[in-house]
Write a protein that binds this ligand. Structure first.
Ligand code: PLP
Length: 409
């Protein structure tokens, strides 16, 4: 009989070497706390990269998962799935969407959005409209179409020729966008607040202008709200900070399942009109287990008191982190982002800073442009927020201690 092995303390050689993994694991989570295999308790301010919006082991999600787990996990989309109808109906009540396609991940929701946008124009007798205009610093996932949509050279290199039909412009540049939209443009794809790119937000008035531009040119407006959506910025969706800026198509995922893999591509009836029987599909997407958890998660995320709490915490963090920037101008360059998608742009290496934070039992995410990101569960308490700030201060102190000494200081 083979001997039973316990999990190794060091990262295994048998996992594809695509992740830079810290030799730290967890055995249990509760709210914003994670209990490490090292016996330490961590304050989780990355929440599985904006996934565990309701914290770990949320009682309602655990209950629904258990109940559905004992009833029915999976059938097939060749059958009617009442749980799926329920979540799609709920989404149509709280968003612009009239139709939803369910996926298992964010990247798959992006795939569906790109296909839907191109198929829309094809169905309209304009098959030449295939170009997707995206923006520098964006992140739309890791499938081939998603990395092409993001345009990040680091993620494209070595994977063959770049796909045609993807254009990239500087983020926030409305003039460049106006100049770029033309007869072959299918859609504009953007994150109202960039996540991986380093918590940069598109100026809100700009979104209203983009909506107008799309209406004038028959271009579809696609928001990727996979990270910034679902309450993260203090509105249910980040674009709601702007007036009259509704999209035609929107992708969501991450917080939608609260940790259960589920994503969705939402469309208006008009924008979804090209997606007819046979156009698209997924084996797992929208299965009863995922849908039950997704609905329970959505019911919590739409609560006005939760959104108010996010706005309140944002005010607290902004004030405290500005103070930190003033006290550590040699470490902290800029505070940015929206709601609880907060970016701290550093002058010292961000990976080192993440380690300092871990040394203080605080978990934070990295980000582009030498940022670290705070993406705590939306249910973080004010006390926990203040604890996070104290740990960030200790991390700034540790980062400063590593700086070369200044002459005359
Ligand atoms: C995480 C993320 C994705 C990709 O989601 P996956 O579930 O990893 O495929 C796409 N867009 C944005 C904005 C994201 O943050």
């Amino acid at each position: 009989m083979p001997e039973t092995k316990t999990a190794p303390a060091v990262p295994s050689d048998h996992i594809m070497a695509v992740y830079r993994r810290t030799p730290l694991g967890f055995v249990r989570g509760e709210g914003a706390r994670l209990f490490g295999t090292d016996g330490e308790t961590y304050l989780d301010c990355l929440a599985g990269i904006a996934v565990n919006a309701l914290g770990h082991s949320h009682p309602k999600l655990v209950k629904v998962l258990k109940e559905q787990g004992e009833k029915l996990w999976h059938v097939s989309n060749i059958f009617t799935i009442p749980e799926q109808e329920a979540l799609a109906t709920f989404l149509s009540q709280v968003t612009f969407a009239e139709e939803t396609f369910f996926t298992n991940s964010g990247a798959e929701a992006i795939e569906c959005a790109i296909k839907a946008a191109r198929k829309y124009h094809w169905a309209n007798g304009q098959p030449e409209r295939v170009d997707i205009i995206g923006f520098e610093g964006s992140f739309h996932g890791r499938t081939l179409a998603a990395v092409n949509a993001s345009g990040n050279q680091d993620y494209l290199e070595g994977f063959g020729p770049p796909m045609p039909g993807f254009v990239h412009l500087p983020y926030g540049d409305l003039d460049a966008l106006r100049a770029a939209v033309g007869p072959t443009t299918a859609a504009i794809l953007l994150e109202p607040v960039q996540g991986e790119g380093g918590a940069r937000s598109w100026p809100v008035e700009g979104l209203t202008e983009i909506r107008k531009l799309c209406d004038e040119t028959g271009t579809l407006l696609v928001y990727d709200e996979i990270q910034c959506g679902l309450g993260r910025t203090g509105k249910l969706f980040a674009y709601e900070w702007a007036e009259n800026a509704e999209p035609d198509i929107m992708t969501i995922a991450k917080a939608l399942g609260g940790g259960f893999p589920v994503g969705a591509c939402l469309t208006t009836a008009k924008a979804g009109k090209g997606m007819t029987v046979g156009s698209h599909g997924s084996t797992y997407g929208g299965n009863p287990l995922a849908m039950a958890v997704g609905l329970a998660s959505m019911e919590e995320l739409v609560k006005p008191e939760l959104l108010d709490h996010v706005v309140q915490l944002n005010g607290y963090f902004n004030q405290q982190l500005s103070g930190l920037r003033e006290r550590y101008p040699d470490v902290v360059e800029e505070i940015r982002g929206k709601g609880l998608l907060i970016g701290i742009k550093l002058k010292t290496p961000n990976r080192e800073f993440m380690q300092h934070a871990r040394d203080n039992q605080l978990l934070i995410a990295g980000g582009g442009d030498n940022c670290v990101r705070l993406l705590p569960p939306l249910v973080l308490t004010v006390e926990e927020a203040s604890e996070a700030v104290a740990k960030l201060e200790a991390s700034c102190e540790a980062a400063r201690a590593l700086l070369p000494e200044k002459t005359g200081a």
